[in-house]
Design a protein around this ligand. Structure first.
Ligand code: NOJ
Ligand code: CA
Length: 705
């Protein structure tokens, strides 16, 4: 053999041995290294400000058809720098900068055989963190893959870290957060036993994303995913000894994580990091990694506030979504005019008219009505003996007269589709349901998936349900319908692509104030975790915080002062904000309710002034529709002084600040409704030391003089 030819053959067979590929972020604060090891397993590591943040972490996808996890050689790389801006339809900023260096690493496995596999790892390194995904182009062989898992790791050692986490659960994320080191994780996860969690939360030490980690340094790290589409959601399994987190894809009940057809790109895996906690809140990295808006004309997408026939069912006044109690005696009866009303059904015409009047009087855009349609009689038993029908109002809900009454008062009715997790049946009814909505003048719907998913082979966050959510949002866009989804797979920034996805629940919301309560720290951690995927329908605005007020057995006391509830409209930004309490409670505190009337839901600028996860958040925002500014601050169960530096204001101009503050003796445990409203003149040089009560906050409206 010619000696040059044998050298070439030897080189081709040798494991890849060139230097690792590296890039730095535009400002140079992050440095990424990517390579394959001796077994051809790809890996990456990430440094932040000259120190290791994510150590050597493996990459790869495990499929039945094999070849996407090891045996790779690097066949080439591409790099580029991108710096562009885009304008969200709604959000915290009128303009978002998308600035990153990109590294694409092209890999091949068994290049000369019939099992040849190709894959590209695409990394985007921003000044606020990293995103990367697997890109599987069409292959010569094996274009239909059965996904069993992902080898993606995030090796956080050797420093200890604090995790702010909820248990890995395939079906729900409505949990309070644990705050624990790796060493305490087993105990923390065990404490959730008996909730909905599947055993992996306890046995595999799985946690959900968005996960917040605070290293000892400290560096704040948020790990999540962006653009979850056509693929299952990702949990993270923790290994306390090595402080490594490994991807755990949600399987269906047969153990398969996904079926994909190539070409296919996985969701982006994201790491947002900074030594300043405020940067985590300000980061738009997850949105930047999503595709631009797919809806051409977005003029019909309207951020809004709403009240609802809703809290009446949570207060303990024994109100029901169901129209009748007689279904047990007459289970076969489907004609509701044969069933008597139970008299405790607030979704009735007269009551809804009162909500419409209240909304009209106070400039609230919408009225949600839950329990308006047939099928609620058996819903909570999950036996599903009755089918939810999305075009059949109960006899006491006169939809036509309500539609015209609402229109005459300039108020929009908001539709409710509780599916009781029968997603399959919802798909069957979807076109009929959306057509019905449009006929009756509705253009927004709150959807819900309480219970075990049908098809029963699926979980709430498995691939099938991710696909379902995508299907519903796309069909809704066709009908010009906005969506607020509850119990759907947690958001991953798809609201950029489909801005008609105004909000999701996907975490433990305000409703739990009537079911055990949310400690004040809960809303100090949600913006660092859940909200990095997209806005939450948290349902703030609870004024009657002590539920024993209703005198019917409820003893819950909410973990909040009244003023803190006002601040949540700033610290939990969403284009869809509920004022959750009963109109009668707002009428008792009209001066405080004024803030909810005024506060916008869409912003041109946001400035995070103070932040520490689970402790406190202070934020200033400018209204998109005016020159008015707003400030909101919240604390945990400890009193604190927020330091509000008004340098976000344009220099040289005087403003009137209307300050809604906790009274000096306010305390969420003993005196939650004590508040004061005062005014002050402020300008860009003002620095305000504002006391916040335990579990309290402050809400400020700032208008030019
Ligand atoms: C759970 C939702 O989170 C809640 O807001 C709704 O009222 C009930 N399901 C009934 O659909
Ligand atoms: Ca829920």
């Amino acid at each position: 053999m010619n000696k040059y030819l044998s050298l070439i053959l030897a080189l081709a067979a040798a494991p890849y041995s060139a230097a690792a590929e590296t890039i730095t972020s535009p400002s140079g604060n992050f440095r990424l290294e990517v390579d394959v090891d001796a077994e051809g397993v790809p890996y990456y590591s990430l440094d932040y400000k000259g120190k290791s943040l994510v150590g050597k972490s493996l990459l790869g996808i495990v499929v039945d058809e094999q070849g996407f996890d090891k045996g790779f050689v690097i066949t080439g790389t591409d790099t580029c720098t991108v710096d562009r801006t885009w304008e969200p339809v709604w959000g915290e900023y009128a303009t978002v900068r998308d600035h990153f260096r990109e590294l694409a690493v092209h890999l091949a496995n068994k290049p000369d055989s019939k099992q040849r596999r190709e894959m590209t790892l695409r990394f985007r390194l921003f000044d606020d963190g990293l995103g990367f995904r697997y890109e599987l182009p069409r292959q010569d062989h094996a274009n239909y893959l059965t996904v069993r898992g992902e080898n993606t790791q995030f090796a956080l050692g050797p420093d200890d870290s604090t995790l702010f986490c909820i248990p890995g659960d395939y079906d729900t994320d409505e949990y309070l957060f644990s705050e624990t080191g790796f060493d305490g994780l087993a105990e923390a996860m065990a404490s959730y036993r008996g909730h909905h969690t599947e055993s992996q939360a306890v046995e595999k030490l799985s946690v959900q994303t968005p996960l917040l980690v605070k290293t000892d340094a400290p560096v704040y790290v948020n790990i999540h995913e962006a653009a979850l589409d056509g693929y299952p959601a990702m949990l993270l399994d923790a290994e306390p000894e090595t402080r490594t987190l490994s991807a755990h894809l949600v399987p269906d009940r047969l153990g398969v994580c996904g079926y994909i057809q190539l070409p296919f790109n996985t969701p982006w895996r994201t790491v947002i990091a900074s030594d300043d906690a405020r940067d985590i809140l300000a980061s738009q990295l997850v949105l930047n990694l999503n595709e631009p808006c797919k809806i051409e004309d977005t003029s019909w997408i309207k951020p809004m506030k709403f009240v609802g026939v809703w809290w009446e069912m949570f207060t303990g006044r024994q109100k029901t979504w169901a129209y009748s109690d007689d279904y047990r005696a007459k289970p076969g009866v489907t004609d509701y005019s044969e069933l008597p009303s139970n008299g405790r059904h607030p979704a009735n015409t007269a009551n809804v008219m009162k909500y419409i009047d209240f909304a009209a009087k106070h400039g609230i855009d919408g009225v949600l009505v839950e329990g308006w349609n047939e099928g609620w009689e058996d819903w909570a038993s999950f036996k599903k003996n009755r089918q939810f029908l999305f075009d059949k109002p109960y006899p006491d809900f006169d939809i036509d007269s309500l539609t015209s009454y609402a229109a005459s008062r300039g108020v929009k009715l908001i539709m409710h589709h509780e599916t009781a997790a029968n997603a399959m049946d919802y798909e069957r009814q979807l076109d009929r349901a959306f057509t019905y909505m449009k006929d009756k003048g509705y253009d927004a719907v709150k959807t819900g998936y309480v219970g075990a998913i049908i098809p029963r082979s699926e979980h709430h966050t498995s691939q099938w349900m991710v696909d379902h959510a995508r299907h519903v949002i796309e069909r809704a866009a066709d009908y010009r319908i906005m969506i607020d989804s509850h119990e759907a797979p947690r958001p991953t920034g798809l609201c950029r692509t489909f801005p008609n996805w105004l909000a999701q629940e996907s975490a433990r919301g305000g409703e739990f104030e009537s079911m055990g309560g949310n400690p004040p720290s809960h809303t100090c951690i949600l913006p660092f975790t859940r909200l990095k995927g997209g806005p939450m329908d948290y349902t703030p605005g609870l004024f009657q915080t002590d539920l024993s007020y209703y005198g019917e057995g409820k003893t819950d006391k909410a973990g909040t002062t009244l003023v803190r509830q006002l601040a949540l409209y700033l610290t939990m930004p969403s284009p869809l904000q509920m004022a959750c309490d009963l109109p009668e409670n707002y009428e008792r505190f009209p001066d405080a309710f004024r803030f909810i009337e005024d506060v916008p839901v869409d912003w041109s600028e946001s400035h995070y002034l103070e932040a520490e996860p689970a402790r406190y958040i202070t934020v200033a925002r400018r209204d998109k529709a005016s020159e008015d500014w707003y400030v909101g601050a919240i604390t945990d169960e400890n009193a604190r002084k927020a330091l509000i530096d008004f340098s976000f204001l344009p220099a040289g101009k005087k403003y009137t600040a209307t300050i809604y503050e906790d009274a000096p003796d306010a305390d969420y445990r003993t005196n939650p409704q004590a508040y004061r409203i005062r005014t002050a003149t402020v300008d860009s040089r003002t620095k305000l030391q504002q006391p916040l009560a335990p579990g309290g906050g402050v809400a400020i409206k700032i208008q030019g003089k």
